[in-house]
Design a protein around this ligand. Structure first.
Ligand code: NAD
Ligand code: TDX
Length: 359
């Protein structure tokens, strides 16, 4: 292993779903020194980083990315070679009920992090300044909704529809502006829906696995015909370290696994996998599917063209949707301690996001 040898990377949001996959990947597959900066919101879980604490290449700092003073101290203390910004409020339904936190963390937090990175970067000696990278992790939701045809490319225009995606679009624009105006060496990735182990149970796939295991109703929004393009989280983590290492400064890269599926297909697949792994003696779990009120402003379809990442950086997804989903369902069956502790600490799995329903 020689990747990132001698390099220190600040990873914000490293106790979240994708951030923890990035931290696990960096510790397992590279030589990087990793500093996990996380405020520890409801979505964070340090149990998602087994073994990290004992690793001499790992440090944890409980810091809010909106806090400039604290961030400045971290830049001074660690003298990083790169920043990967994954700290965010990430759940669309929560953004409908309470957008304020999304504006704070996703926009003000990214702004604050950019300012402190810029201040630090300007003071670096020339070799360090030339090698420094700021990678901002974003979503395909900034492009809005596709119709039945077409794919999002790096040239797609921004048209965010939810408070969440609007806050992410805003942060992407800030990152671009800090590059164009101040020369900060930034890159942006826009990825499709992730799934895999350590995913907070409010999101579609873990929500359905946990409800399905309990034999409870499986709430599919609207007709279930909305399409998402699913990517196994470890494939995303590998893409991010590649872009940080070899991506061209100032560029954006789309990340996706060519796995378009309707929500109904996803939920039916989970039912079938659960039936085969953990039969509950009451017939197929497909009977539990229940169509409920649609999400306000529900985007119809997302689909990513990842050609640029594949041809420029040689990235390929290792998992298909079928292999990744089977692994994921098995993980939730085996690792019940991880998600039961989230339920025990008060997460009730109730429906969110109806506040925006139009009159
Ligand atoms: P997550 O909600 O699981 O984790 C977010 C993490 O950020 C948590 O650990 C939380 O404590 C931390 N955090 C929140 N506010 C913070 C703050 N002010 N300061 C410091 N830490 C803070 O989110 P995720 O699914 O891992 O998403 C990570 C990033 O990837 C986000 O930027 C998201 O927009 C983007 N993304 C997610 C997906 C997906 O499918 N989950 C897809 C594409 C892009
Ligand atoms: O109970 C549910 N029933 C249902 O039908 C839930 C929780 C979701 N859905 C639908 C809504 C979406 O069409 O499933 C789809 C996926 O929903 P989420 O898991 O909430 O993800 P999504 O809104 O697509 O956003 C996710 O992918 C892009 C992440 O949460 C974002 O952070 C990321 O940017």
């Amino acid at each position: 292993m020689t990747r990132f040898r001698g390099a220190t990377l600040l990873v914000t949001g490293g106790a979240g779903f994708i951030g923890s996959a990035v931290v696990r990947h960096l510790l397992r597959d590279t030589d990087a020194q990793v500093v996990n900066i996380d405020k520890l919101t409801y979505a964070a879980n340090l149990q998602s980083l087994p073994g990290a604490d004992g690793n001499p290449r790992y440090r944890f700092e409980q810091v809010d990315i909106c806090n400039a003073v604290d961030l400045r101290k971290l830049f001074e203390k660690y003298q990083p070679d790169g920043v990967m910004n994954l700290a965010a409020e990430s759940h669309v339904d929560r953004s409908i009920d309470g957008p304020g936190e999304f504006i704070q963390t996703n926009i003000v937090g990214t702004f604050t992090l950019l300012q402190e990175a810029l201040r630090y970067w300007r003071a670096c000696e020339s070799n360090k300044r030339a090698a420094f990278r700021f990678l901002h992790i974003s979503t395909d939701e900034v492009f809005g909704s596709l119709g039945q045809e077409g794919l999002f490319t790096e040239e797609s225009s921004y048209a965010p529809n939810s408070p969440y995606s609007a806050s992410k679009a805003s942060s992407d624009h800030l990152v671009r502006a800090w590059r164009e105006t101040y020369g900060l060496p930034t890159l942006v990735t826009n990825c499709s829906n992730n799934y895999g182990p350590y995913h907070f149970p409010e999101k579609l796939i873990p929500h359905m696995i946990i409800k399905g295991l309990a034999g409870e109703a499986l709430p599919v929004y609207g007709s279930g015909q909305n399409v998402r393009d699913w990517l196994y989280v470890d494939d995303h983590a590998r893409a991010l370290s590649l872009v940080l290492e070899r991506g061209r400064v100032g560029e954006t890269y789309n990340v996706g696994g060519c796995n378009e599926r309707t929500n109904l297909y996803v939920v039916e697949s989970i039912c079938d996998l659960l039936d085969s792994i953990a039969s509950h003696g009451d017939g197929s779990r497909r009977k539990l599917i229940s169509f409920v009120t649609d999400r306000p402003g529900h985007d119809l379809r997302y689909a990513i063209d990842a050609t640029k990442l594949q041809t420029e950086l040689g990235w390929r997804a290792a998992e298909t949707f079928e292999t990744g989903l089977a692994k994921t369902v098995q993980w939730y069956v085996d690792e019940q301690k991880w998600w039961r502790s989230i339920l025990d600490s008060g997460y009730a799995g109730n429906r969110a996001g109806l506040a925006g329903t139009k009159p």
